[in-house]
Write a new protein. Structure first.
Ligand code: NAD
Length: 361
């Protein structure tokens, strides 16, 4: 049996509990997995002064596949987001987030079965910012005034780069995902009516890539209209490809539509490595309470197994998770009718129930 070596990053907040539950169910699939556990996030920052030590990056470069618990990012100050650092260091350009409403979950949108493909490296997330009052900000404003685009002197300025290269590879990844997973349609999302040279380019390139894949239906939507339509007619959507910022926002919308953040998995895939993690954050208020839902991270593990070519064990794990949710007995508080439901189980008991389902399949 071949053994896959995987970088395992517990993260911080509720991350270590979620990773432990996920590691246990992945091991139960029978796939040969060897873990290289490495730190990232607020806890290692407190000890070593960096949220993302070199040894963690070296491990992922070597194993090429990782699974990660969430990590806290301080708002406004402190260190930069580990996730943004990771995506940039490893060029993890495609973020794939399936949003499927499993039977048994309370949602107004039970028909939802979409896959969000978010560009991960460009757009306003590139981190190109000019703080108001600085010399750089002044020089940029002088330039903008010269080209007839004056900006108020008390303005902070962010730059939104969207390239032909970045758009081409993300749209291509969306079509490839559609083909590999028997999905019939790709929708490209933009605001090209307002941002002609950035979103306009994304749309133009999307149309070019679509012409190379005539067997997959293609359409485009303006992002505000997409949000409206997603919550009115979710069944009309399939694979949705978006630039970085819209992808971030629509991912959380998708998570809400399928029953909450506790259920939304993700994978960040690049040319040199792939990193799998839930859409949600570190939920620090629940840290150490064995309370939060491990489904999103477990389903990220399912995506990881598929990425490794282990499709049958991946399907078996997904079926087991779906069965636990459908039965609704051994599930966490967020899947119960009320948050205070005394029959809710903890993170690790949810993992026990998934393991039991797998053993009885
Ligand atoms: P969050 O996703 O951590 O939590 C928001 C709320 O969603 C929680 O209070 C909880 O009610 C619910 N929730 C989240 N995960 C859940 C789960 N598994 N089960 C049940 N309920 C769950 O968002 P936040 O509070 O805005 O962010 C906390 C920290 O996480 C921030 O520092 C943020 O920067 C970081 N973050 C990290 C990642 C990542 O590591 N990939 C992603 C998003 C946010």
């Amino acid at each position: 049996m071949s053994v896959h070596e995987i970088t395992l990053i517990p993260g911080d907040g509720t991350g270590p509990e979620l990773i432990e539950a996920t590691r246990r169910v992945l091991e139960q699939t029978g796939v040969g997995l060897r873990w290289d556990e490495q730190p990232a996030g607020a806890d290692v920052y407190a000890e070593e002064g960096t949220p993302f030590p070199d040894r963690t990056l070296e491990s992922i470069r070597r194993t090429k596949v990782g699974i990660k618990g969430p990590t806290t990012t301080p708002v406004g100050s402190g260190f930069r987001s580990v996730n943004v650092l990771l995506r940039q260091a490893l060029d993890l350009y495609a973020c794939i987030r399936p949003c499927k409403a499993y039977e048994g979950v309370r949602t107004r949108y039970p028909e939802t079965d979409i896959v969000i493909v978010r560009e991960n490296t460009e757009d306003l997330y590139a981190g190109i910012e000019f703080e108001q009052g600085t010399a750089e900000n002044r020089r940029l404003r002088d330039f903008l005034a010269d080209v007839g685009q004056p900006v108020r002197e008390d303005a902070g300025i962010s730059i939104k780069p969207i390239s032909r290269f970045g758009s081409e590879r993300i749209v291509q990844a969306a079509f490839q995902y559609a083909k590999d997973n028997d999905r019939g349609k790709v929708t490209a999302v933009h605001k090209a009516n307002i941002m002609k040279f950035t979103d306009g380019l994304f749309l133009e390139v999307s149309r070019e890539v679509a012409r190379r894949h005539p067997e997959v239906e293609f359409e485009d939507r303006i992002v505000d209209n997409l949000c409206n339509q997603l919550v009115s007619r979710p069944e009309e959507y399939d694979v949705i490809v978006l630039p970085n910022l819209y992808g971030d926002i629509v991912s959380d919308l998708g998570a809400g539509m399928i029953g909450g953040l506790g259920l939304a998995p993700g994978g960040n895939i690049g040319t040199r490595a792939a990193m799998f993690e839930a859409t949600h954050g570190s939920a620090p208020k629940y840290k150490g309470q064995n309370r939060v839902n491990p489904t999103a991270l477990m389903l990220s593990g399912v995506l990881m197994l598929r990425h490794l070519g282990e499709r049958d064990p991946a399907d078996a794990l997904e079926r087991a998770i779906a069965a636990v949710i459908r039965k609704g007995e051994h599930v966490t508080y967020d899947l119960k009718p009320t948050r205070e439901d005394p029959t809710a189980v903890g993170t690790s008991q949810f993992a026990d129930a998934v393991i039991e389902e797998m053993m009885s399949q």
